[in-house]
Design a protein around this ligand. Sequence first.
Ligand code: P6P
Length: 315
Amino acid sequence: MPTTLNNIAKQGANGAAMMPIIQGVGRAAIEIAAVLRGAVFRGALGEAGGENVQGEQQQKLDVLSDEIFLEEMRSTGFVCAVGSEEQEELLVIDEYAHADYLVLVDPLDGSSNLDVDGPVGTIFSVVKRETPNDQQPDVSDTLQAGRNVVAAGYVLYGPALMLVCSVGAGVNGYTFNPNDARFELSHPDMRIPETGGYYSVNESNKDKWLDGMGDNLDRMKAETGLGMRYVGAMVADMHRTLLKGGVFLYPADQKNVTGKLRLLYEAIPMGFVMEQAGGKAMSAGQPVLDVEPEALHQRVPVYLGSATNVDALLG
Ligand code: P6P
C-alpha cells in the first residue's frame, strides 16, 4: 500500500496538526499543475498587466495560483491568515480568524519561466499565531524567526509534480501518481549529500555583488571544481541542490542591496527544509533561521546547500 500525505500525521510532534494544511497544499498543487498544463490554450500565459508589491510584473498565472492557494488554505479550517508574495497586506481568512496557524507562500515561484515551459514552484511555511485566538491575526504573527516554523516545504511543477516538506522530523518527498490521483511517498528521509553536486547562481550579477562574494565564489570554485547549474526558479535550483549536493546562492548586490529573495516565503522555508535534510542555510552573517523578520516582504541574501560548500563559500 503506497504511503500518502496522510503519513505526515505520524511525523514528530507537529505532524498531526500539520497534515490537513499540507494536504491543502497538495490539493492546490494539483489544481495549479492542471492550470499550468493547459494555460497556453486559454491565453493564460503572459503578464497580468499589474505589478506585485515587489514591483515585479505579475504573470496571469501568479494571480490565479494565489487565488487557488488561498482557497485551499481557507478550506482546511485551520488557517487564520495567509501572507503571500502576490498580496501587499496579510490576508485574514475571516471565517477562521480564530484558527491557530498562518501560512506564508510564494504561490508561483519562478513564473518568468512559464513562457518558456520551464520549471516553477510553490514555496510555503506554517507558523503558529502569537496573538490570542479571540483577536484578529495581524502581520506581527508572521514576523517570527525561522526557528519557530512548524512546517515548510515546496511544490515543484516539473516533468513530475513533487511536494517536498518537513514538519520538523526530517524531510520527505512525495510525487503525484496520476494512476491513483494522489501524492505518494517517493523520496523518504531526504538528506543532502556532503560533497559533489553543483554551485547554482546567476553569475551575470557577479560584478555587482556586495560583501566580496565574487572573490569568495572564485575561491570556492577553485577549491571544489564544482560544475554550475542554474534554472532561475528557486524551487528547481533548491531541489537539485538537495538531491545532488553543492550550494545555491543569491548574494546582495548593488541593485538589491539587502538581497533579492524574500525572507518569509522563500529563504526561511527553504532554509528550514535544508537544515532538516542535514544541510546549511545562511544569510548575512547568520543562519537564515535566526534572522529576526521586520517586514512581510523583507529580502535577504541566501546561501544554502551542503555544509562543506556553504562554509567554503562564506569562508
Ligand atoms: P534572477 C524568481 O523570480 C526568483 O524569485 C527565484 O525563484 C529565483 O531563484 C530568482 O528570483 C531568480 O532571479 O535574478 O536570477 O532572475
